[in-house]
Design a protein around this ligand. Structure first.
Ligand SMILES: Cc1cc2nc3c(=O)[nH]c(=O)nc-3n(C[C@H](O)[C@H](O)[C@H](O)COP(=O)(O)OP(=O)(O)OC[C@H]3O[C@@H](n4cnc5c(N)ncnc54)[C@H](O)[C@@H]3O)c2cc1C
Length: 385
């Protein structure tokens, strides 16, 4: 029987496995990471590569290794000018640097040897722990750590029927996203106001006629929630609130649909220089023409035609009761708040031998739970077990 089975091989699963083994001394052969992809970090890597990310939104101290200065030291050992490795303010690492550092940590600590390829489909209690069922195996473990992140793409209502008709509407965070087939002169509408939208619009505009469609004006915000949520300044009041209040505090703290300073400045400059268009409105309907072009109808009744539509509308939060965990929640009466999310204790324990990180730990860790900072905060809590 394993000591720990971590379900999910993303940033959270990888960091927490590393912490358990190399900080808390759990033997490496007693820890495994279950993830369906060929490689660890695959979901993160494909989504971020699709957007054309140049710099992370988070600072240099947020990464998968143990010591906060690890990424900075790794950068200093490279013979590259610092200006190519991170961007100020807040020392945000370049995507290339962050990715090489992740691979360096995985290789150095042999973390890929922990990977079991598979998808958790169900789990039930056994003597001394849990048994997790995949399509091909039953894995028994004393403790399970859920690090499954968010996986469901957020699709506007009008888009779903057209995608079913094979219209050229793709979500940029879809692992199957590809823009290579877009013809050189094609018209591309990018929908969304956040980082993914800004980045993919800037990436595509060199070869295509791009229009960025946002409901709001473009807005600048350095982070997707205030850094005060990493420390006691905001978290003390959060910890004293009830779960309904915590959910409201999380919703209020988040700044979706905002751009970091560099992307904001580049997008505005591109619009001013006529390199891309910005249309502020809301799409209420869409249709496909006989020659497979997409007609978008806006809230003011106007219509526009695109060859391709790229949705950069983020990932959909899905409460665990609507996932493969539904049966375990019902059978073992795992506590959930009114919003459907787990009620964990301060060590992120949901039940005997069952722990959670990422979005599932939001009501304990606050608005940064799903971010890289959330993985590091989760590690601190798990250390108290
Ligand atoms: C484009 C983009 C850019 C971002 N940039 C930043 C940034 O700069 N800084 C920052 O802090 N955050 C950023 N984020 C937020 C980011 O998603 C998180 O920081 C990080 O990827 C979350 O890691 P995770 O491990 O929770 O989730 P994921 O990376 O989604 O990994 C979860 C893994 O669990 C697997 N899984 C799910 N269900 C099961 C199951 N039943 N069985 C087995 N495996 C399962 C999934 O397949 C996936 O591989 C960004 C997000 C996106 C989409």
């Amino acid at each position: 029987m394993l000591d720990w089975l971590i379900i999910g091989g993303g940033i959270h699963g990888v960091h927490l496995a590393h912490v358990l083994i190399h900080k808390q001394g759990v033997p490496s052969d007693a820890v495994r990471i279950l993830d369906p992809h060929e490689r660890l970090l695959a979901a993160w890597s494909s989504r971020t590569a699709n957007t054309g990310m140049r710099y992370l939104r988070s600072p240099l101290v947020h990464h998968v290794d143990l010591h906060p200065a690890s990424l900075q030291r790794f950068a200093q050992d490279l013979e590259t000018a610092p200006s190519d490795l991170w961007i100020e303010p807040y020392s945000r690492p370049s995507y290339a640097l962050f990715q090489s550092h992740c691979q360096h940590v995985i290789d150095t600590y042999l973390l890929d040897r922990l990977h079991i390829r598979g998808q958790a489909l169900a789990m039930h209690r056994v003597d001394g722990g849990w048994c997790v069922e995949t399509e091909s195996a039953s894995i028994t473990t004393q403790r399970v750590l859920l690090a499954t992140g968010r996986q469901q793409l957020r699709l506007p209502d009008w888009a779903e029927p057209l995608i079913a008709q094979n219209a050229s509407i793709q979500h940029v965070l879809d692992s199957a996203f590809e823009s290579e087939h877009f013809g050189d002169t094609s018209t591309v509408f990018v929908l969304g106001a956040g980082m993914s939208a800004g980045q993919i619009a800037l990436k595509l505009m060199s070869d295509h006629a791009v229009t960025l469609i946002t409901r709001q004006p473009l807005r600048h915000q350095d982070f997707d929630s205030s850094p005060c949520w990493i420390g006691p300044k905001c978290l003390d009041a959060f910890g004293q609130a009830n779960y309904q209040e915590r959910r409201s505090m999380i919703d209020e703290a988040r700044q979706p649909g905002t751009l970091s300073q560099d992307i904001y400045a580049d997008a505005r400059a591109a619009v001013q220089a006529g390199q891309m268009c910005h249309h502020r409105s809301e799409i209420i309907a869409a249709d496909v023409t006989d020659d497979r072009r997409i007609v978008l109808t806006f809230v003011d009744g106007t219509k526009r035609i695109a060859d391709h539509v790229v949705l950069a509308t983020g990932l959909q939060p899905v409460p665990p009761e609507q996932t493969w965990l539904a049966d375990a929640i019902a059978r073992y009466r795992l506590p959930v708040a009114g919003c459907g999310y787990p009620i964990l204790d301060s060590t992120l324990r949901w039940a005997e031998g069952l722990y959670a990180s990422g979005p599932l730990a939001e009501l304990e860790l606050g608005p940064v739970a799903a971010n890289i900072a959330g993985a590091r905060a989760a590690a601190e809590r798990l250390r108290q077990i």
